[in-house]
Every structure is written in structure tokens, then in C-alpha cells.
Design a protein around this ligand. Sequence first.
Ligand SMILES: Nc1ncnc2c1ncn2[C@@H]1O[C@H](COP(=O)(O)OP(=O)(O)OP(=O)(O)O)[C@@H](O)[C@H]1O
Length: 355
Amino acid sequence: MAHLEIRSLHKQFGSFTALDHIELSVERGEFLVLLGPSGCGKTTLLRTIAGLERQDRGQILHAGRDISRLSPAARDYGIVFQSYALFPNLNVGQNVAYGLNQRRAGREAFQQRVDEMLRLVGLPGSENKYPAQLSGGQQQRIALARALATQPDLLLLDEPLSALDAIERVRLRSEIRQLQQNLGVTTLMVTHDQEEALAMADRIVVMKSGRIQQVGDPHDIYRFPRNDFVADFIGRSNLIEAEAIDPQHVSQGPLRLRSAAALSPGRAYRFNVRPEDIRLLDTLDQAENSFFATVDKCEFLGAFSLVTLTPVGQGSRPLLAQFSSNYLAGRPIHAGSTVRVGIPAEHLLPMPESA
Ligand SMILES: Nc1ncnc2c1ncn2[C@@H]1O[C@H](COP(=O)(O)OP(=O)(O)OP(=O)(O)O)[C@@H](O)[C@H]1O
């Protein structure tokens, strides 16, 4: 049995369905990220696991124990919220020690544990400071230390980075991931930030309208999205709808492209082509699946440019391509240029829900 098992979990707020029969298994030591747009139910799922919301139906099993009806205090987890949620009137040491029982632990062991936790989050010696004297990132490190101080079996993180500035967010996300791996603590994190999910997760759970759309490791979710929603939500994507004209080729407007998949002639398929899958070619390059296109827009973003281009010919739809700046250096392109581009057949695979 998985370390944490969610069985057919259902939650209504009045007539609104926040969780629609969620099934999920989390392995021991895994870092699982719940990802989805605002209102998709990811926070409700985390709070239900914490016992801060009560499900209408379904079961939650943690380490083989049915915790579905237990109070939050009777469950074995530490939690970090988006807003730092430290006690402003307690100093850092007291905040970290909040969940520890001093009498049971003994004064020395108690102090040792606080010191250890502060070292762990990179803020040794800060126990006498007050939350107001700390930056947002430091406060989140203290919140993390407090959540981990009791050595919980499960760590729940509810958008822990979203209140931080961009640089601090990137720094803290790798620190959290490192810490989680060192401790081996099973972790569930909620975020709406796809980059954060890709960078941190062992597996990502993509949610929409209270339902799980896809579960997979970051690579699979990005490369092989199951449906349009996942393709669109994770990264940028071109959703190409095209009809198979023979078992290997599809047509869409002026394009006739070979797919590496086996197709049924006459059927319509949907393909997810990532902008970086579109290759910029030399004008005379006759590579398979290559065609001319007009550049509609070229947006320089530093390391790469995002280029909107429309294949030359009737009935064509614009495509979004991404070209690295190094590659573009010798080939200046701008709105109005005609370029030759190609889509390798191995990047033209039908999405499972359209196959
Ligand atoms: N206590 C509540 N009473 C009524 N509706 C609620 C309650 N809590 C959440 N909801 C509704 O349930 C839906 C899911 O909320 P939830 O907080 O889980 O979404 P989310 O995916 O975490 O999004 P966000 O990032 O915006 O918090 C939302 O439409 C929200 O308005």
C-alpha cells in the first residue's frame, strides 16, 4: 500500500463541487506537487488531508491508518502556509518550538532541537529575533523549521513561495527540495506555478475543476500531456488539429506532415507541439516536415525569442516557435521575414485523449 492513499475523496461547498472523487497514491519519501489554476481544488485537497476541511465522502489512509475522521492534532504532519503564519509576539526560537513539548523532551534536548532546526534552514543563531525583523524568505524558513521540528511523517506546503520575490522564490525552492531529499520526508506541495512544479516535484498532479487531469513525473507531464488542458497549462504549446491522410501523414491547411505515430486515415488528431520543437532551418533545407512561414511577431526575451509565424499557404494557423538567442545571432529575423522551419516527426505525436 502507498504511504498516503486518497480514495474517492469528495467535497462540496454547498452546490459547488471542490473535489470530485479524487484518487491518489503517494509513495514514502516522495515530493508530490498539486498544480492547477485558481479554484481547481488543490488547497481544499491539502486542507482535507490536514483535517482542516472535512470531506463529504471518501477515505484518507496515512501509513496504513485511516485518518479520514481524525482531528488535525491527531494526524502526523507539519504544515507551511503561503502567508508566513508565524506568531508575531513570539521570537524565532519560541515559534520553532511551538509544537514541541518542553517538559516531555527535557530542557536541553528541547533547546538542541530548536538549534538543529535553525541550522537546518540556514538561520542559526536567530532564535531571539522577532518575525517582523525577518525578510519574507527568512520567515518562510522559520515556518519550515517549525513545521519540521516535531519530525512529522508528512510535510504539507500550501503555496509556500508565492508571497516571495522572484529571486528569493528560486533560491528557497531549491533549498526546500534539498532539505526534503535529505530528510526523506513525504511532501505534498500546492502551487499554481508550473515552473515551480517542474523544478521541484518527483511527480506532478494536474488538477482542474476538482478533478485530476494527469499524474506523472515532470518530464512526462511536459512531453506527453494527456489533453489540451494539461498541454496548455504546463509551458507554452501549439495545439494542432489535423486529419490523417494515410497511416503516417496528416494534413492541416497547406501543411502535410509525417507523424512518428501509427495513424488511422480519415481520423482527426490533436497534436501538442512545443515552441522549442519547431526548428529554424536554412532556406534551402529540404528536411522532412519543413515549410516556409511568415514571421508575424518576434519577441526578444533574453536567452531566447518567441516567434509567432504563419505557414505560407491557404488555411494555415499561426504557430508559436522558440529560438535560442545564440542560434538566432547569425540569422536576424523580424516581423515580415520569411523563414523555413520544420517540425520533426517525433514531435508530432497525437495526444492520448485524441488518439
Ligand atoms: N470554505 C469554503 N466555502 C465555500 N467555498 C469554498 C471554501 N473553500 C474553498 N471554496 C471554493 O472551492 C474552490 C476551490 O478552492 P481551493 O482553495 O481549493 O482552490 P485552489 O485550487 O487552491 O485555488 P487558489 O490557488 O485560488 O486557492 C474555489 O472555487 C473556492 O471558492
